[in-house]
Design a binder for this molecule. Structure first.
Ligand SMILES: [Mn+2]
Length: 330
């Protein structure tokens, strides 16, 4: 008899049953399996897609993973593991969407999918795939992916574990965010056990093109403190973008720096794009970044969320953010 898994390493019984059904579907599928992540894939989307793609290929499955990672994460994938976006699904395809709901899928149209599976941890996911498992209590989709690979009965090694741990590191801010609980750490510990070079992975995840640092200097120069410092904003104009065209825009984590300004409840990064503004919010309780971004047509988690608004709604965003921050402080 196999040794019992300690409770802090387990999913609850209902989730484990659904995940076993996911594993059974994937194992029994004869046609191609198309694995998708969300638009603007992050370390959790990419890490989850890579781990599942490697696992399913070991089972002899035909896997297509049309995901385009940001430049700073591209080191995780080997050439030929990921493919260009598909204009149509192959015949008899199973679509497996990871780290977002079907509406946020990128890389392939969903029309003609024979079967859809969705594994995610975002609250607000409507669960409208043929088979959905959405667990907002998990720190990362990669945690769910760890359990999926276990359910598939595969042995862990460095190749499977490294992208999976990358997903957990990304979504927990390297174990600094409130979603880091005993379950998260137990799963991460098991992945380390499989042979991940932890120091090397963390080091590599921090590498950025030199232009990143020049852009950072320009964006940080726009820093503004509102509401007595409760709201901090930084902005990237099209002019700043035009000045740093030597790398792609991997400035997502700039907002993670200013969120540590003392007294800050909400940090906002406003990135001008053609015809609009991309808003990234980080917040601490009792303020919910998700509430603001959902109201603006985006989504995310309570502590980290995003939305894209038309340019003429930037004022509206600032008013909304001001009002909500003001409300929470009083
Ligand atoms: Mn995630």
């Amino acid at each position: 008899m196999a040794p019992a898994t300690p409770p802090h390493e387990r999913l609850d019984a209902e989730a484990a049953t659904t995940l076993a059904e996911v594993a059974r579907r994937l194992r029994d599928w004869d046609g191609p399996i198309v694995i998708l992540g969300h638009v603007d894939p992050d370390g959790d989307a990419l890490g989850s897609v890579l781990t599942v793609a490697r696992a399913l290929r070991r089972l002899g499955k035909t896997v297509l993973a049309p995901l385009t990672p940001p430049r700073f994460l591209a080191f995780l994938a080997r050439p030929s593991e990921l493919c260009e976006p598909l204009t149509a699904l192959p015949d008899a395809a199973l679509v497996l969407m990871l780290d977002g709901d079907l509406g946020r899928a990128t890389g392939a149209p969903l029309e003609g999918a024979r079967y859809t599976i969705n594994l995610d941890h975002h609250p607000g996911n409507p669960g409208d795939a043929d088979l959905s498992l959405v667990l907002p209590q998990l720190a990362a989709t990669a945690v769910l992916v760890k359990h999926l690979v276990d359910a598939l009965g595969l042995a862990w090694d460095e190749d499977l574990a490294t992208p999976c741990l990358c997903g957990i590191l990304t979504d927990t801010g390297t174990f600094r965010f409130a979603n880091t609980d005993r379950h998260t750490l137990a799963v991460a510990g098991a992945l380390l056990e499989a042979g991940v070079d932890y120091a090397d992975l963390n080091d590599r995840l921090m590498w950025r093109h030199p232009s990143y640092f020049r852009r950072l200097a320009a964006v940080l120069a726009t820093v503004r403190f509102e509401l007595g410092g409760a709201l901090v904003t930084i902005e990237q104009s099209l002019a700043i973008q035009a000045a740093f065209q030597d790398g792609d825009d991997d400035s997502d984590d700039f907002v993670s720096l200013v969120r540590y300004a003392e007294g800050t409840l909400v940090a906002a990064y406003l990135r001008e794009i053609e015809g609009g503004v991309k808003v990234s919010l980080r917040s601490r309780a009792p303020f919910s970044a998700r509430r603001v971004c959902t109201a603006l047509g985006g989504g995310g988690h309570d502590v980290a969320a995003g939305a894209t608004v038309p340019a003429d709604r930037e004022e509206e965003f600032l008013e909304l953010a001001n009002a909500m921050v003001g409300e929470q402080i009083e």
